[in-house]
Design a protein. Structure first.
Length: 428
């Protein structure tokens, strides 16, 4: 037989045999798609990729929306029985969803309850005692400030000395007045000529939730009775914020806008009321300002802004896989890793004596002991009952303060307007 023909024939047989073997290989198992509806950065990128690496048969499909849109979509989905496998719920909406435990899987026993802050855990417990959500993070609140701008305007830069400037919110406003009194002529003129208004704080409207969250009650008694009109801390938060808005210390730039990002870079404002999760945002949007920032205590003691729970709707297609992810992602070990990478402060109080957390420092913020600062703040917080229409009432007061900010209403008229709108539209 011709040798070349023999070699060609043998190779052909090998190819056929290889194709045959490939053809009979078992098909790769299809991945299970676990759907998650979220907002902001509740599910951080590293957590997603790391979990998929550890669990190659799982594909996390995350749909991210604005906070309000996310929750409105969930309400519609619950009614239509077309929910995701995991739903992220912000604390301002927790009071609403706790009234509807029938829509949620009971997560009791999924993680050790004692590992978490008791008041954060309670925000995920429905009226009937069912655990409908596991807390992700604590939005512990402090003041991020620009040391270079403080020095330029004759203020101290050491974080302890800065915190001592404002034991109260009125002292914070007074410090702001001192700061803006030393703006240059060009900076003062910029508000009219370039529509860029320099100021002490990015937006004084952010003071309202900060002050409100330092109380023990907001708009509701624990039995669900509305008390927004007669609760002193609500009126104090509103009038103090209105005072700040009228004092000229604010740039009135809305947060999370392109102007806000530019303002951080260009030094348009010197302070931001910053939950732990916001620090990473500042780092990402103002990279060239590394080392110019620091973190000082919040006026009036500890504060909190934001936080969320992860829930598994009763209509979830993959409840087991959903629970497995939540158990992993919200374990104290992964919460610590997420904090180091992204700044989400752990809801797992079991970490609060861990030196990996308390000893954590951030070079971007002048090596501030970020871990210890936010641990101290979190421990000062007290539980506040979140009622059914918490978010809606927040919005009415926010809209009224916005009218103060642009000069359309006095503080007293805006307060009356907010109360009137709430009475007209909120029924519990």
């Amino acid at each position: 037989m011709n040798r070349k023909i023999s070699i060609r024939s043998a190779m052909a047989l090998l190819v056929v045999a290889s194709l045959t073997l490939i053809g009979i290989q078992p098909a790769q198992a299809a991945k299970t798609q676990v759907t998650i509806w979220s907002f902001g950065n509740v599910i951080e990128p590293w957590g997603e990729t790391e979990y998929e690496r550890l669990n190659p048969t799982i594909d996390l499909k995350i749909k991210k929306n604005s906070m309000d849109a996310n929750h409105q979509s969930l309400i519609t989905a619950f009614k239509a029985n077309t929910t995701p496998d995991i739903a992220a719920i912000e604390v301002s909406y927790s009071g609403f969803f706790r009234n509807y435990p029938k829509y949620f899987t009971n997560l009791s026993g999924l993680v050790p309850e004692n590992d978490y802050l008791d008041w954060r855990w309670a925000q995920g417990v429905a009226k009937d005692g069912k655990v409908i959500g596991i807390p992700t993070d604590v939005g512990g609140l402090q003041v991020a400030y620009r040391k270079d701008l403080f020095a330029k305007h004759g203020l101290p830069t050491d974080r302890a000395a800065v915190g001592a400037l404002w034991p109260t919110w009125q002292a914070f406003i007074n410090t702001g007045k001192t700061y803006v009194s030393k703006l240059t002529t060009a900076e003062k003129a910029s508000c009219k000529t370039k529509k860029v208004c320099y100021g002490f704080i990015d937006n004084a409207g952010t003071m309202y939730p900060a002050i409100l969250n330092q109380g023990t009650k907001k708009y509701y008694e624990t039995n669900g009775t509305l008390i927004y009109e007669n609760n002193a801390i609500v009126k104090t938060a509103f009038t103090t914020t209105a005072t700040a808005l009228n004092s000229g210390i604010s740039t009135r730039i809305n947060q999370f806008t392109s102007d806000w990002n530019a303002g951080m870079m260009k030094g348009i404002f010197a302070t931001v009321l910053a939950p732990a999760w916001m620090l990473d945002y500042i780092k990402q949007q103002a990279k060239s300002t590394s080392g110019k920032w620091d973190v000082a205590d919040l006026p009036g003691g500890g504060g909190n802004l934001g936080g969320s729970q992860l829930s598994v709707p009763i209509a979830a297609k993959h409840p087991v896989e959903a629970k497995n992810f939540i158990k992993w992602y919200l374990s104290k070990e992964i919460q610590l890793e997420i904090f180091k990478r992204y700044g989400l402060f752990p809801s797992a109080s079991a970490l609060y004596n861990n030196t990996a957390l308390t000893g954590y420092k951030d070079k971007f913020f002048s090596n501030a002991p970020i871990g210890q600062i936010y641990v101290t703040g979190a421990r000062q917080l007290r539980p506040i009952y979140e009622g059914k229409n918490q978010r809606a009432i927040d919005n009415y007061f926010g809209q009224a303060l916005a009218k103060v900010a642009v000069g359309k209403m006095t503080a007293s008229a805006a307060w009356a307007d907010a109360i009137g709108q709430i009475k007209k539209n909120i029924r519990d």
